[in-house]
Ligand binder design. Sequence first.
Ligand code: MEV
Length: 339
Amino acid sequence: MPSSLDARAHRGEAVTAAAAPDAAAGSAVPGTGTGRATAKTILFGEHAVVYGRPAVAVPITAIPVTALARPVEGPASLRSALYHGRLDRIPERLRPTGAAVSAALDAVGRPSSGVAVEVRSEIPAERGLGSSAAVAAAIVTAVSAAFGRTLSADERHELIQIAERAAHGRPSGLDARSVVATGPVWFEDGAATTLAVGGPMTFVLADTGVAGRTREAVAAVRALREERPAHVDALLERLGGLAAQARVALGTGDAASVGAAMDDAHAALDMLGVGDPALDHLVAAARTGGALGAKLTGGGRGGCIVAVARDADHADDLVAHLRAAGSPAAWSTHLEASR
Ligand code: MEV
């Protein structure tokens, strides 16, 4: 398991919009439980979704996290690239991971049981790619399975949300839904539905190398909204409107319109105060590399950008171009048409 960013360019596997909406795998035989989830990229609606606007996200199924859980005598423990030890001594910044284990034990009615959890993640942490939600999803699935329980999608969602609240206060639920999806997601009013895609589309993700700060960014938007409500609400409305436009453009396979909406969304997110010079640099580099549009993705203030490539071959060129522009890691992910 890479503990730092994998610097290779990585071509993601195709994601089919028509696929089943739930990718979390788990075994319900008491003994060893397994759980799996994946990275995600938010195409439209981050931050605005916290205030009830719609959003569009895509799971990146080629970047997975798996968890294994086994009931043990004695205290609960965690083994991962970031920590190995007792759960009650977990470092503060991994508190959401600890919260996921505890929430799952509570849910199966075994709050004081010992469990040994091992997490293997290929998702770079703090990059706006949903690492915290995906790790939580894999853990709650594995821990409940280790005690013989298969969670319903809604039960699992509530447990992931407990971990996400420990991560950044008032999560919308978008990340929790997207990391267990197998196709593009339209998220509105707390619910995720599978989004139709009218033509193939390839996206490129590139890491700035700067750790994203979702908790801080979410708090900054809240503070700005208290200070300048009309200004912030207009930006949130614009971001929600762009998500709605993009839904139509994705449905007709109109990659140029999706790209144009991304350019607008990046500007609006910057005005919300969640931008960063490193994000602007890569967004500009994506455009000079021929992207149809680009924006920050996820919480912002660092993390990754997402760009629309002209096609799969251009995505490879764009990955190389963004790496040459200083991105330490870049990936592409492809959406097949669902109709
Ligand atoms: C973080 O990946 C997405 C945000 O919109 C927060 C949330 O939806 O809870 C910034």
